[in-house]
Design a protein around this ligand. Structure first.
Ligand SMILES: *Cc1c(COP(=O)(O)O)cnc(C)c1O
Length: 345
């Protein structure tokens, strides 16, 4: 087999969800958009259901429809993109809760599915999705008359605890929702960790469940092992890979592993990233290719059968820092070619 093996530890994932649930003062949902950040929405949702999660969030109605098959009829499934043209049948058939984010969507929903449950999404300053204060003010009475099930907003800077934006958005959310007898939701992972003032009735963690920052106490969830296809000796002066980026300065042993940037191993991480043979770090030699990576295994003293890119010794946030990005992008870039193995199911 020449594909990498992506191992997803569902016990660690469950422990992360429980740890966030223990900090959170309200109900704890789970965000499983983008195939649960690339880790397999079906397996993730089934496990979190067993842990007690009863509310799920997805980005688009199609994800919600697939999730309904997994979680059964009892759980609530909320759709961040709200009610888009063409979504009515899916929303009705799969009993999804669209998080309505504009007057247009509200009209579309009321016309297509009168009486069908929905939520309201407010923009408290991020300027991304949701009704702004003035728009909300204008339609508030009409919306409330139809009995929304949840009112939510989203923070722009929750992973920066000292950022003044957090308090500003909290104040705006309070102003827009004060006195309403409807469950409220503001917190993602970062906001759960900020302060209980941000928790409200329902929190929506994603990245922390999957083992990423800003939940620094999270257990690592993913391990990625890449098979070695070939090993070779280099004389000093010989080079490796495109652009001759690596040149041997000593007799060198190079292992070539079967994965590359087409598998989400971003080229930018190359110069700072190592692969591990058990506990021994082996630096990447030369540029990351589409399907192959050269690794300097000289100091290892033997030819490994496989090398580990992601694991407890080097997690998603280390790779993210090496590539100048965030753990979210490392996870959601994980390639379709890996064989995915879920343990602790
Ligand atoms: C993705 C998302 C979340 C989850 O955020 P994390 O930072 O991954 O915890 C919560 N709410 C909204 C609106 C989102 O788009």
């Amino acid at each position: 087999m020449s594909t990498g093996t992506l191992t997803i530890d569902l016990d660690a994932l469950a422990a992360n969800w429980r740890a966030l649930d223990a900090i959170n003062t309200g109900e704890t949902a789970a965000v499983v958009k983008a195939d649960a950040y690339g880790l397999g929405a079906a397996r993730v949702a089934r496990r979190l259901l067993r842990e007690g999660a009863r509310s799920f969030f997805v980005a688009i109605a199609e994800e919600g429809a697939a999730l309904r098959e997994i979680v059964g009829p009892e759980s609530s499934i909320h759709v961040f993109s709200g009610h888009m043209p063409g979504d009515a049948d899916m929303i009705a058939d799969c009993n999804l809760v669209p998080m309505i984010n504009s007057v247009d969507q509200m009209i579309r929903h009321a016309e297509a599915l009168p009486g069908h449950g929905f939520g309201i999404q407010l923009d408290s300053g991020m300027n991304r999705l949701g009704m702004e204060p003035a728009e909300w003010q204008a339609v508030r009475e009409i919306a409330l008359a139809q009995g929304p099930r949840l009112i939510m907003s989203h923070l722009a800077c929750a992973d920066e605890p000292d950022h003044a934006m957090n308090a500003r958005q909290l104040r705006s959310f309070h102003e827009m929702t004060e006195g309403l007898d409807i469950p409220r939701s503001l917190a993602n992972t970062g906001a759960i960790l900020l302060h209980r003032d941000y928790h409200f009735d329902l929190a929506r963690p994603g990245i922390g469940v999957y083992g990423g920052a800003p939940f620094t106490d999270a257990q690592p969830v993913v391990t990625l092992d890449l098979p070695v296809i070939q090993c070779r000796d280099l004389e000093p002066g010989e080079t490796v890979g495109y652009g001759n980026d690596f040149a041997a300065t000593r007799p060198t042993r190079i292992a070539t592993v079967a994965a590359g940037y087409a598998d989400g191993i971003l080229r930018a991480m190359g110069p700072r990233t190592q692969l591990y043979a058990e506990d021994t770090p082996c630096p990447i030699a030369g540029r990351i290719s589409m399907d192959l990576i050269g690794v300097d295994v000289t100091d290892l003293g033997h030819d490994p059968a496989s090398l580990r890119l992601l694991g407890p010794e080097q997690g998603i946030d280390v790779l993210a820092a090496n590539a100048g990005t965030i753990g979210y992008e490392i996870l959601t870039s994980l390639g379709a070619r890996y064989s995915r193995r879920h343990i602790g199911a």
